[in-house]
Write a protein that binds this ligand. Structure first.
Ligand SMILES: Nc1nc2c(ncn2[C@@H]2O[C@H](COP(=O)(O)OP(=O)(O)O)[C@@H](O)[C@H]2O)c(=O)[nH]1
Ligand SMILES: [Mg+2]
Length: 336
């Protein structure tokens, strides 16, 4: 059975049984469904329209398909590879039905993602305590908001969470995080304006160690990749933490989905400077070009660990490839 049918089986029908697990799962699926609505309308509708326009696939079909993938921000490399694969598949198996090609497209989106490794653990492991997580990314992508969402997530799993406001660069950044800490009822360590972020990180992680925190989340300034001094600071933050906990911290790079291929470039720049262990894609709900996840995976190999699907506290989900692909393509799957 192709993935297309598998996803339809898995998610297509609302489940009868309403165990706690099942209703949690349904809620999560609904969030994906809603958050990916714009992308789905754009992507699935275009694909569907294509299958109506062509009785049989031909060169023009593949060229239109290529355009749809590029427009969905799947990235040039990913798109060219997938189109070539689909062309081979069509020729070798003599498959001319556009619907069958689109089904195979969904399979390939999946396979191309997991070829980089399928046993990805998105959740923080808490194998070594405290878990230290450094959040990086340019200004405005949603770092601070995501920190609040992650803190809430782990507090509700019974973890003791400490926030560290090492963004001493941007006016108001400390205050913003302090408000979140207040709402969540947790401690925060912050520095003075323009204090060396590494020194704030040092204080924060030291306090977390003393207080036996399970999770310490460090907010950093929106370091533009062309500003070398800011990047050097970032390395210093990581080094200071490494010394305190004797291992590399987790480092999530936050990318705003609405910035498209620019986001992919940002990710490439950050990857060269710091050991990025995961990506959080935010504002997925605000874009109609949901393919950026596929592009990032293709270009950088870094797994997407969480996905922001709205502005609310609870609008952060663990990344799940099945739900994502279903959210993106369910227009096609339902109508089949
Ligand atoms: N729609 C939507 N907005 C988001 C999401 N994540 C963050 N935002 C918004 O993005 C803006 C910038 O967020 P902020 O956390 O201050 O970014 P930072 O500069 O990287 O710390 C805020 O208005 C957030 O509400 C998301 O997943 N969906
Ligand atoms: Mg911020």
């Amino acid at each position: 059975m192709g993935l297309f049918k598998f996803l339809k089986e898995k998610f297509g029908k609302k489940k009868e049984e309403q165990s706690v697990e099942a209703s949690k799962e349904q809620k999560s699926l609904d969030k994906y469904d809603k958050g990916l609505e714009k992308s789905r309308k754009n992507f699935s509708n275009k694909l569907e329209e294509l299958t109506k326009r062509y009785k049989e696939v031909n060169d023009d079909y593949f060229s239109d398909l290529e355009e749809i993938l590029i427009e969905a921000d799947c990235g040039v490399n990913f798109t060219l590879k997938i189109i070539e694969d689909l062309l081979d598949y069509s020729n070798e198996k003599d498959i001319k039905d556009p619907k069958a090609i689109n089904e195979s497209l969904v399979d390939r989106m999946f396979l191309n993602y997991v070829k980089e490794g399928s046993n990805i653990k998105n959740e923080l492991s808490f194998e070594n305590l405290p878990e230290v997580l450094v959040m990086v990314g340019v200004n405005g992508v949603g770092k601070t908001t995501t920190i609040a969402k992650l803190a809430k997530r782990y507090i509700s799993k019974g973890k003791k969470v400490l926030l560290v406001a090492a963004d001493t660069f941007r006016a108001g950044a400390k205050e913003q995080l302090t408000v979140w800490a207040g709402r969540l009822g947790i401690d925060i360590v912050s520095g003075n304006d323009n204090e060396d972020p590494a020194s704030v990180a040092y204080k924060g992680v030291s306090k977390g160690l003393a207080d036996k925190a399970d999770l310490i989340i460090v907010d950093t300034a929106g370091r533009l990749q062309n500003k070398k001094n800011l990047m050097d600071e970032l390395k210093k933050v990581s080094k200071v933490i490494n010394k305190l906990i004797n291992r590399e911290p987790e480092c999530f790079l936050v990318i705003d989905a609405t910035t498209g291929q620019n986001g992919v470039l940002q990710a490439a720049a950050f990857k060269e400077l710091i050991n990025v262990t995961g990506i959080v894609i935010t504002k997925m709900d605000g874009t109609s070009k949901g393919g950026i996840i596929l592009a990032i995976r293709e270009e950088l190999g870094i797994p997407v660990r969480f996905i922001g699907l709205g502005e609310g506290f609870d609008d952060l989900e663990e990344f799940d490839l099945d739900k994502y692909l279903y959210g993106l393509c369910s227009g096609l799957i339902k109508d089949e």
